[in-house]
Design a binder for this molecule. Structure first.
Ligand SMILES: C[S@@+](CC[C@H](N)C(=O)[O-])C[C@H]1O[C@@H](n2cnc3c(N)ncnc32)[C@H](O)[C@@H]1O
Length: 348
């Protein structure tokens, strides 16, 4: 009798927690929760947000002061990088530059080799997205950006081009339906309910933007896996006066989007990219996840938490076995991604 009462109250508590979490989920569109493993629900100590939440000591530039692009990219046309000032610091199209002006191309290569920052203002640039002929198909990331991790610059609200501009993909937000589901050995994970195509945008990483000092404090005070929710905005370190010590950090542990539940894999099917809407501000930008392969509906979405280059299989296996034998790694969090090229641990 006593045992029966205890079981009933446990399952009632579980139901109450599930309902409370479902209420949180309903704030976002095209998002559901599924658990075929046990009766648990993600922590209620988490709120879904639709944007960054700015913490103490974090300065956000006045949105009206952000430099936009001018005509002639009216309505559309920003896919022609020479016309769009937002693409001033976009990746250089080196082949086009070479065809246009061999001398300038060689000078540019030399400057890069010498560690100088060459003036690239009117050089031909690469546009980050394929321009879909059919407006119902998603614009995908071109292979150069997909592979090179080059920052993506999109137009912003102060640009003269409109919503139809082809340089606005991530800022329009998630379009694909996601499910947060329970995995057998990696906590909660995320999958998409529709097939994704290579280069398709999924969603951004959200949370509180905090200072680096605050991130250190939270890491010391928090649980062992706290670092998994902290994401440094350090892509532009060494620009202006930005350093690894004074850059901002996004904390997704208590506030964030569904991407906060994406697990790590050493052979991931997604990757994180820098997307800036303000070429003059290296401190705050979006971290956007794109599919790096065609991903069938229902497949777990993963990214490499350390954003490393993939190794050859034999090298990866040798390194993993050595890492697992090394007593110095005893306290480290093991990786359960199950990939052939698994490195053995989530963090070095
Ligand atoms: C950003 S969270 C991802 C969501 C998490 N699974 C959850 O249930 O909230 C990162 C944490 O998930 C777990 N995790 C992610 N990828 C993993 C992997 N490949 N192997 C083992 N644990 C993993 C670890 O506990 C890690 O600290």
């Amino acid at each position: 009798m006593v045992q029966e009462a205890a079981v009933t109250s446990t399952s009632q508590t579980e139901q109450y927690i599930r309902l409370a979490f479902d209420r949180k989920l309903s704030k976002l569109h095209k998002l559901r929760l599924e658990n075929k493993v046990d009766n648990t629900t993600p922590s209620l100590n988490f709120e879904f947000t639709k944007g960054y939440v700015t913490g103490q000591g974090v300065y956000r530039a006045d949105s009206e002061a952000v430099e936009g692009c001018e005509a002639p990219c009216k309505g559309s046309g920003c896919e022609w990088p020479r016309l769009c000032k937002c693409l001033e610091y976009a990746a250089i199209n080196e082949e086009a530059l070479r065809r246009e002006d061999e001398q300038r191309y060689l000078a540019y290569k030399q400057a890069k080799q010498d560690g100088e920052i060459p003036d690239t203002a009117d050089m031909p640039k690469r546009f980050p997205y394929h321009v879909a002929k059919d407006d119902f198909k998603p614009q995908t990331l071109v292979s150069f950006y997909r592979e090179e991790r080059f920052p993506i610059y999109e137009c912003n609200p102060n640009c003269k081009c409109g919503r139809g501009c082809k340089s606005r993909v991530v800022q329009k937000g998630r379009k694909v339906p996601l499910t947060i589901f329970k995995t057998p050995n990696r906590g909660w994970g995320v999958c998409c309910d529709e097939d994704l195509i290579q280069g398709e945008f999924i969603d951004t990483y959200l949370g509180e933007i905090i200072t680096n000092q605050e991130a250190d404090r939270r890491e010391q005070a928090g649980s062992k896996d706290k670092q998994s929710y902290l994401y440094s905005l350090d892509k532009f370190v060494n620009e202006d006066d930005l350093t690894t010590d004074n850059c901002y950090v996004v904390d997704g542990q208590y506030m964030g989007g569904p991407t906060r539940f994406i697990n790590h894999c050493c052979e991931p099917n997604c990757r994180q990219y820098t997307v800036s809407y303000d070429k003059n501000n290296p401190r705050i930008y979006d971290i956007a996840f794109f599919a790096v392969a065609n991903i069938p509906a229902g497949t777990e979405l993963t990214f490499d938490y350390q954003d490393k280059d993939e190794l050859e299989e034999d090298v990866a296996v040798r390194q993993r076995e050595a890492a697992q034998r090394n007593p110095a790694n005893a306290g480290k969090q093991p990786c359960n991604c199950g990939a052939v090229k698994c490195r053995g641990f989530l963090w070095e």
